[in-house]
Design a protein around this ligand. Sequence first.
Ligand code: SF4
Length: 355
Amino acid sequence: MNNTVQLILEKALAAERLNFDDALTLFKSHDLLALGHAADVIRHRKHPEGYTTYIVDRNINYTNWCYVDCEFCAFYRHRKDPDAYVMEREELGQKIQETLDLGGELILMQGGLHPKLKLEWYEDLLRWIKANYKIHVHGFSPPELDWFAKINRMPLREILTRLRDAGLDSIPGGGAEILTDHARNKISPKKCTADEWLEVMRQGHFVGLKSSATMMYGHVESYAERVEHLMRLRDLQDETGGFTAFICWSFQPSNTELEHIPPAGSFEYLKTLAISRLFLDNIDNFQSSWVTQGPKIGQLSLKFGANDMGGTMIEENVVSKAGTVYCMPIEEIERTISELGFVPKRRNFFYDILN
Ligand code: SF4
């Protein structure tokens, strides 16, 4: 192992915070096993209990209407496309009931940035869900919430408070991609800026809505931009403490405008995960992204910094449109965890153990 990398890993293991240059050096290195080992030590320190968690959940994409045309997205449709939809309550209710019947805890509800639906539509929807089902609603990523504020001409704080009062339980970290203006201007110029994404999270945390944090890498960004992304998340977490978990995954290029970009491989995924674990010293939970990386790499990620297998993803529409989605029944998730010597445990959104 190169000496500089070794010194940086020793620094991380001595619980000293890594700086920008440290993380950049790690990204430029190829010492995957050394990075993984250090990330695993930190994971063990934060989670010495010997178990690995997962949550039974379902993705529900309530609409695919979207005007934003992100270049990496294969999910969105325009109003006149024959397969554009806004989900009826009957279908939504069926999906929630199926989730509950499987012992599910949470629905991850996200959609495109619909040009017409007003805040009252979302409030009614949340009240209807909460009146009829006992389920945690993890809903509306920062680009959606930023959009709600813009089309309703209302302050973000008011949007978030009203949605919380109507039944929103937490905010998913989607739409972060890479939190730099350079990357966003290239792949999603009409979407909220990096500052706007962070401001939604800041205000959400302020009104008591916890959230996850994400990173989708492997498209147009540089390593320095990945570090900037992690730095901005860490700074906000210092300020609010509102992120419960971090998830990273590689860009899935099929069927998108960026199909010419070769997909990042497993080496890059495990390296990015391990460095994130070392750098984000103030976020406790790291999820394996087996849905995009496959069950085998998903399993290995539990030795590269992840302590959680994420959701069972009873349904996934967004990355599956880009050609890459893996499915695992609950029994297989548990077997995947057990093979590594961990005890599988179900959790809720807040990482409370349920069994
Ligand atoms: S990623 Fe989201 S905001 Fe971008 S086009 Fe797809 S649905 Fe719309």
